[in-house]
Design a protein around this ligand. Structure first.
Ligand SMILES: [Mg+2]
Length: 390
């Protein structure tokens, strides 16, 4: 009888924004480097050396410079989208089933590759990891397992340049000795609350009776127990669905409570996605914001424009309303994501707004400036100004 093979890979680039910058400035490798805006005031990515010094994402830049005075701060201006595309293109040389989850993170399904043994899978994934480094100078961590959940936890376990394979049948044993905080969605506060109840390790969660689990986790208890046992049947979703939307998410190292920080992160992701939409000659009609709390629950809010647009100005005014609508509990957040959908192409309807063409030209100039070394955040600033003209 053929044994199951661990065919799901979770790829997670290490300190992606910093790595993209270091690829261009190798002399900074090994130093305390972070990418972030002085204007925007938030750290987007920090090198592992900077993290060791206490810098994390999304820390305000001023605080990062206080805890790590010799931090080398680089503006958020690299060609991140292009490097990300090239990284996932390399993945697609291995398998057509690649789910691009965010700019630096995704899943691969190796089932269709015809690899017949665990050793063959290991060699293929190590080969991909080496190629991403050789060709792009991007370090990436790989987790390999029979499902997405375990692969994701595995990829994050030995960063940077991690390589962790969980053999079939060993999912629960692999998770058992880990801290409960390693489970996706268990933020710092949840972890503390669980530890206060004596639930330090994943094994402690598995040992709960159903009644105890229901008392601790409420209505999510069955999902929580399944997760602690390493069970997950979500398929790797192929590119087709993704092609119809542009999305990005940010998972915080520590839960974030400040509304201003959440709004900044949300707008930054919008800033990163719209240039890509323009570059592809597309327009988007719908903006959706999703927030996730430390206890896995999440809420979503979306709104559509009367006409699709490829400009920042019509979308900015939606952010505040969407966050208010989605973030009802006002508890600290573990993750926030934005998604543009209702993607259209074809000729733009000229004259719908009298100054739309002017805005688009200015946006194109700013996109170019941002790419060629303009200050990060310029698009946002100007986008707001344009929005104010209405
Ligand atoms: Mg990453």
């Amino acid at each position: 009888m053929p044994t199951a093979l661990p065919t799901i890979v979770h790829l997670d680039a290490d300190a992606f924004f910093v790595s993209v910058e270091l690829a261009l400035r190798p002399e900074l490798r090994g130093k305390k480097v972070a990418v972030g805006g002085r204007e925007r005031g938030i750290i987007a990515s920090a090198s592992y050396e900077a993290r060791a010094c206490g810098v994390y994402t999304p820390m305000p830049t001023t605080r990062a410079l206080a805890v790590c005075p010799d931090l080398i701060l680089l503006p958020h201006e690299g060609n991140y989208g292009e490097v990300s595309r090239r990284m996932f293109d390399l993945c697609e040389t291995l398998t057509p089933f690649v789910q691009r989850n965010s700019i630096d993170e995704g899943y691969l399904e190796l089932k269709p590759c015809g690899l017949k043994s665990i050793a063959a899978i290991e060699a293929a994934v190590r080969g991909l990891q080496a190629r991403i480094w050789d060709e792009l100078k991007i370090p990436a961590s790989m987790g390999i397992a029979t499902n997405k959940l375990v692969a994701q936890i595995a990829s994050k376990l030995r960063k940077p340049r991690g390589f962790v394979m969980v053999p079939p049948g060993e999912e629960a044993a692999f998770l058992a000795p880990l801290d409960v905080g390693k489970l996706p969605g268990v933020g710092a506060k949840t972890e503390e609350a669980l530890k206060a109840r004596g639930l330090r390790k994943v094994a402690d969660v598995c040992a709960l009776t159903d009644r105890e689990a229901a008392a601790v986790f409420g209505r999510d208890w069955r999902g929580m127990l399944a997760m602690a046992r390493g069970e997950d049947d979500r398929p790797v979703e192929t590119e087709h669905e993704d092609a119809k939307s542009y999305s990005q998410q940010e998972t915080f190292a520590a839960d974030v409570a400040a509304a201003a920080d959440i709004e900044r992160v949300t707008k930054r992701m919008i800033d990163e996605l719209l240039p890509k939409i323009r570059e592809d000659g597309k327009r988007a009609r719908t903006l959706t914001v999703k927030v996730r709390y430390g206890d896995f629950t999440q809420e979503t809010a979306g709104r559509s424009l009367p006409e699709a647009s490829d400009l920042e100005a019509p979308f900015y005014p939606l952010v505040d309303a969407l966050l208010k609508q989605a973030w009802t509990k006002r508890r600290p957040l573990r993750l926030v994501s934005v998604r543009f959908s209702g993607i259209e192409d074809g000729p733009r309807q000229l004259g719908l707004f009298s100054d739309d063409e002017k805005r688009r030209k200015l946006a194109a100039v700013l996109d170019k400036l941002n790419k060629s070394g303009g200050r990060g955040g310029a698009v946002v600033k100007h986008g707001h100004q344009l929005g104010g003209k209405d």
